[in-house]
Design a protein around this ligand. Structure first.
Ligand code: PEP
Ligand code: MN
Length: 263
């Protein structure tokens, strides 16, 4: 169902006034974790000012350590909805299990399935039975074949509103948090009709190379780029090192726009 052989025209995801896929490119930004209303207002107004409309933010957080901040849960999703409604933004947030679907559906526009849950087949089936768009992340060590089959689960269960996002894979390299597999972009574009995006933050884990990686993604044909931003990254409750502050984000955006690769 995901293959170009089955459907040649690009899948286009429409949420409110926002279109992802087809001829448009979408920049998605927001904090790693939702932390407070003030944080979201700062990020949301920065997005608005820059003409962007998609806000990401995690409320159910898949943390490596059980002692790390686990996210604000439903409270965080409520904050997202409040700010998004006020500002006319579209929201994306991760769900980690199928029993979070009904709660999350009340507050957010797009479900994110994280890298760690790409192989959670019950969750894939369950979001397949909903009508909300799904942003599916590539697993930490998933092949492209496995990634496409994970998407296939969602379509097979009735939901064709699926976007794929490359977020880096585990390799021996230690200079980056993960290794951005840029070749995934043209391969997924060729093999599937789904929108393909690149998460430059989790794939690199470092702020200093976000711009060239975003340009590479767009040059390779990506339908969009996701980046983590935070009003005060040093004090962020998760992924502080890789998040851009508002000023750095502005510079990043200017660079993306000046590249001529983003329209
Ligand atoms: C995220 O985007 O918040 C996240 C946890 O990313 P990943 O699942 O790619 O690690
Ligand atoms: Mn993060």
């Amino acid at each position: 169902l995901v293959s170009r052989g089955n459907k040649n025209e690009d899948t286009i995801i429409k949420v409110k006034q926002t279109v992802i896929g087809g001829s448009s490119q979408t920049l998605i930004a927001g904090p790693c974790s939702v932390e407070s209303k003030e944080q979201l207002v700062t990020v949301g107004s920065t997005l608005k000012k820059s003409g962007l409309s998609v806000l990401r933010g995690g409320a159910f957080k898949p943390r490596t350590s059980p002692y790390s901040f686990q996210g604000l849960g439903e409270e965080g999703l409520k904050m997202m909805k409040g700010v998004a409604d006020e500002m006319g933004l579209v929201t994306i947030s991760e769900i980690m299990s199928s029993n979070q679907i009904d709660t999350a559906a009340k507050y957010i526009d797009i479900f994110q399935i994280g890298a760690r849950n790409m192989h959670n087949f019950d969750l894939l089936k369950a979001v397949g039975q909903t009508k909300k768009p799904v942003l599916l992340k590539r697993g930490l060590s998933a092949t492209l074949e496995e990634f496409m089959l994970a998407a296939e689960y969602i379509l097979h269960h009735g939901n064709d509103q699926v976007m794929l996002i490359e977020r880096g894979i585990r390799t021996f390299e230690t200079a980056t948090r993960n290794t951005l597999d840029i070749s995934a972009v043209p391969i997924l574009k060729q093999e599937t009709h789904l929108p393909v995006l690149v998460d430059v933050s989790h794939s690199t884990g470092r702020k200093d190379i976000l711009l060239p990686c975003a340009k590479a993604a767009l040059a390779a044909g990506a339908d969009g780029v996701m980046v983590e931003i935070h009003p005060d990254p040093t004090n962020a409750l998760s992924d502080g090192k890789q998040q851009l502050n508002m000023e750095e984000f502005q510079t990043f955006l200017d660079g993306v726009r000046d590249s001529g690769l983003y329209h």
